[in-house]
Ligand binder design. Structure first.
Ligand code: DGL
Length: 270
């Protein structure tokens, strides 16, 4: 089984691509919806949650992990790789490189969580990939949280999208990076807000192809799970209703959905 996790429902955009890239491989997805949004939480908390979820996936027999969350990748992937050195761990980061390849006027916008945009890995990525282009960083606090409700056409959500897209329109960017895995779920609203001539960049397919190559022979160890003959299991630490709703609309395959309790073990007394 390959383990996949996100702060919530956003990583389903990556799960769909992953299923297409490695069809038949059992997948177990954890949405940490009880703790979403990660992008507005302290770094230490995102680290602890990411490690706890990875630990759970490892205990279920994961042969590899996809961190389907830009925020958790920026904050926790080095820690996960250090803790499980023999486990392939693939992450996702805002698609600056494909944006540079796609832009015609060399004006790019990046929509992401405040934590991703403030992270050192993002600063490094931007320095390495921006290639002198104008890059407008647009933090979107509250957006992932709205998406978590499962009502992707709520007027408040659409109003928030318009608000965050206004500076991008004003700056006349022609390419916008969806730097949070929640945002592809509302790409149609973002596209409507920035205009039809703007290219949206979602790296889910690229991450899925990279994961397929990276996991390589580990995939042979991913036998079907007897507990879940469908092979795709979705777990939520919060109310699974939103996960179920978005999975039904977004995934082209059936998957079981259940709640999982993942709390930090209480500190041991000295
Ligand atoms: N989906 C996540 C990401 O890609 C984060 C959303 C959040 O919990 O803030 O960054």
């Amino acid at each position: 089984m390959i383990g996949v996790f996100d702060s919530g429902v956003g990583g389903l955009s990556v799960l769909r691509a992953l299923h297409a890239a490695i069809p038949g491989t059992p997948l177990c997805y954890v949405a940490d919806s009880a703790y979403a949004p990660y992008g507005e939480r302290p770094t230490a908390e995102v680290l602890v949650r990411s490690a706890l979820i990875a630990q759970h996936l490892v205990s279920l027999g994961a042969a590899g992990i996809v961190v389907a969350c830009n925020t958790a990748t920026a904050i926790a992937i080095d820690h996960l790789r250090a803790r499980w050195p023999n486990l392939p761990v693939v992450g996702i980061e805002p698609g600056l490189k494909p944006a540079i390849a796609a832009t015609r006027n060399r004006r790019i916008g990046v929509m992401a969580t405040p934590a991703t945009l403030a992270s050192a890995p993002f600063a490094k990525l931007a320095a390495a990939q921006a290639d002198g282009a104008f890059v407008l960083l647009q933090p979107c606090p509250g957006l992932a949280q709205h998406i978590e409700t499962g009502d992707l056409d709520a007027p408040e959500l659409i109003a928030l999208v318009r608000r965050f897209c206004e500076p991008l329109r004003d700056a006349k960017v022609d390419t916008v990076v969806l730097g949070c895995t929640h945002y592809p779920l509302i790409a149609r609203h973002i596209q409507a807000a920035v205009g039809p001539h703007v290219t949206l960049i979602d790296t889910a397919d690229a991450v899925a192809s990279h994961a397929a190559r990276r996991f390589g022979s580990n995939l042979d160890a991913c036998g079907p799970s007897a507990a879940n003959p469908m092979g795709i299991e979705l777990l939520s630490t919060g109310d699974p209703a939103a996960l179920r709703k978005i999975a039904a609309a977004w995934l082209p395959f059936a998957a079981s959905v259940a709640r999982v309790e993942l709390s930090q073990p209480a500190a041991r007394a000295a």
